[in-house]
Ligand binder design. Structure first.
Ligand code: AMP
Ligand code: ZN
Length: 470
């Protein structure tokens, strides 16, 4: 099967060819461990999981590297605010991250290198850039990358050379396109860094964020590999700077395919820590939502389209997944005789279309349509008693194939009586909104209604609530 991806570098969809036949080197920019990741971050990790599972579905052996950014401007700022040593502070969020990806059934990467364990590799890479004349030490003792020396700078983000301000320096890890400038590779220690510092040939300090990914990717994937991904906001400056560092050092092309996912939105704005408009996975779990329901919502939209997060979508995911669970149970109960030929062709076609959709730049929406289509046909045959046990078993096998990529169907699971219906959760959401708006008459009315339908709401501080069966 020919696989095609939209390569951000070329701004077009291209056939995927691996450097080593049958193997893929995949670098995925990982979390900055200064807080619990929000579901916007998880949209990026989910997209990468779907990408990895799709490559595996087509027989590739994927070697995925995901870094953990455990030293940068934000981790230092917040660990100091918390009065904790950097490592103690970030350890908590590393642990939380691994718990969260497990809850979302994200396949683990092959390796999760942490930045603080790779300082010597970063220093060596900066030294190479110094030796080759791409980097210099400024009066502030920091080492900067000279974008003027790297003519391809700006190619990924499409920045004109005229807009580049060579010689002007920027020291922060994150900055906007209109402040493109020489960026920091090594940041000289100052009092804001507290006790966070390492020795280097240029004095005590710490690495810039961008050099972390260049150093760790080349250590684990070599100086040229297949795919590099991240959220679209990583494209500039992070990925642009990574390319400059890596290609200047090695003198050759670094990454063959760049894939970026669009943002998860909340009420029309990018979900982000800095805007304060975010839900962590834990927020949603506390409200009773399951990892597989969140997974279904995040997987359902095409990765290059903005996705607006809503609780209605989650409620719908619950309803859909519960319906599939009931459908699988029905299929297990089919016991009519027959050789399965009544549905064999339909299954073959559904699998073919599912594979073709995923191979077409991860068209999950089209792939999901095959699930509904196949279940409709199987139900139709079962209604008329023309589906055989053998046919039903083959249908279940097809859904297991779909789930190798989707990872949220739980085909073998029996329906649970205590699954909370979507409309009850929706009423609880309405009640929470009414409470927030201080409309207590309405929130009491909704509580009574939920109670009359057999469920209880338990409130906890901070507007958190949980539903229980009475
Ligand atoms: P950070 O921890 O800020 O470096 O972000 C981790 C990953 O999440 C990066 O790949 C970001 O591009 C991505 N990301 C952050 N916010 C969103 C969002 N609202 N939607 C999708 N991806 C996001
Ligand atoms: Zn990165």
């Amino acid at each position: 099967m020919e696989i095609k991806f939209f390569n951000t570098m070329e701004r077009r969809t291209m056939e995927f060819n691996a450097i080593k036949p049958g193997e893929v080197g995949l670098y995925t920019c990982g979390p900055t461990v200064y807080n619990f990741a929000h579901i916007g971050n998880f949209r990026a990790y989910m997209f990468e999981d779907i990408l990895k599972r799709t490559l595996e579905y087509f027989g590739y052996k994927v070697h995925q590297v995901m870094n953990l950014t455990d030293v940068d401007d934000k981790t230092i700022r917040d660990s100091r605010a918390a009065g904790l040593p950097l490592r103690t502070f970030t350890e908590k969020y590393k642990k939380a991250f691994f718990e969260d990806i497990k809850a979302l059934n994200i396949e683990p990467a092959e390796i999760y290198p942490a930045a603080t364990d790779h300082i010597p590799e970063m220093i060596a890479l900066i030294q190479t850039l110094m030796d080759k004349g791409f980097a210099y030490q400024a009066e502030d003792k920091c080492i900067y990358f000279s974008i003027d020396k790297f003519p391809a700078y700006g190619r990924l983000a499409r920045i004109d050379r005229e807009n580049q301000r060579a010689g002007v320096r920027i020291n922060s890890d994150e900055y906007a396109k209109d402040s493109v400038a020489d960026f920091a590779l090594w940041k000289a220690w100052d009092e804001n860094d507290g006790d966070v510092k390492w020795d280097s040939p240029w004095g005590p300090g710490r690495p810039g964020w961008h050099i972390e990914c260049s150093a760790m990717s080349s250590k684990y994937l070599g100086t040229a590999f297949d795919i590099h991904t991240g959220g679209i906001d990583n494209m500039f400056p992070h990925h642009e700077d990574e390319i400059a560092q890596s290609e200047a050092a090695s003198g050759k092309k670094w990454v063959n395919y760049w894939l970026h996912c669009e943002h998860l939105m909340l009420n029309g704005e990018k979900m982000s820590k800095s805007l304060g408009n975010f839900y962590t996975l834990r927020d949603l779990q506390a409200k009773g939502w399951l990892g597989k329901e969140i997974r279904w919502v995040l997987a359902g939209a095409h990765y290059r389209k903005k996705l607006n997060f809503t609780f209605e979508a989650l409620a719908q995911a619950r309803e859909t997944l519960n319906r599939f669970t009931a459908f699988f149970s029905r299929m297990r109960g089919v016991n009519a005789a027959g050789d399965g030929s009544e549905i064999a062709e339909k299954i073959r076609l559904s699998l073919e279309k599912f594979g073709a959709a995923m191979a077409d730049d991860l068209n999950t929406a089209e792939a999901l349509a095959q699930l509904f289509d196949l279940s409709r046909e199987a139900n139709r045959l079962a209604d008329t008693g023309t589906l055989s046990a053998k046919g039903a078993l083959a249908v279940l096998e097809a859904f297991k194939q779909f789930d190798r990529i989707l990872g949220c169907l739980e085909v073998d699971k029996e329906p649970e009586a205590e699954d909370i219906p979507a409309e009850i959760t929706a009423l609880a959401e309405e009640r929470a909104a009414a409470r927030k708006a201080k409309n207590f008459a309405e929130s009491d009315r909704l509580r009574d209604e939920i109670s009359s339908r057999g469920y209880l709401i338990e409130d906890a501080p901070g507007g958190v609530w949980k539903l229980k069966k009475k």
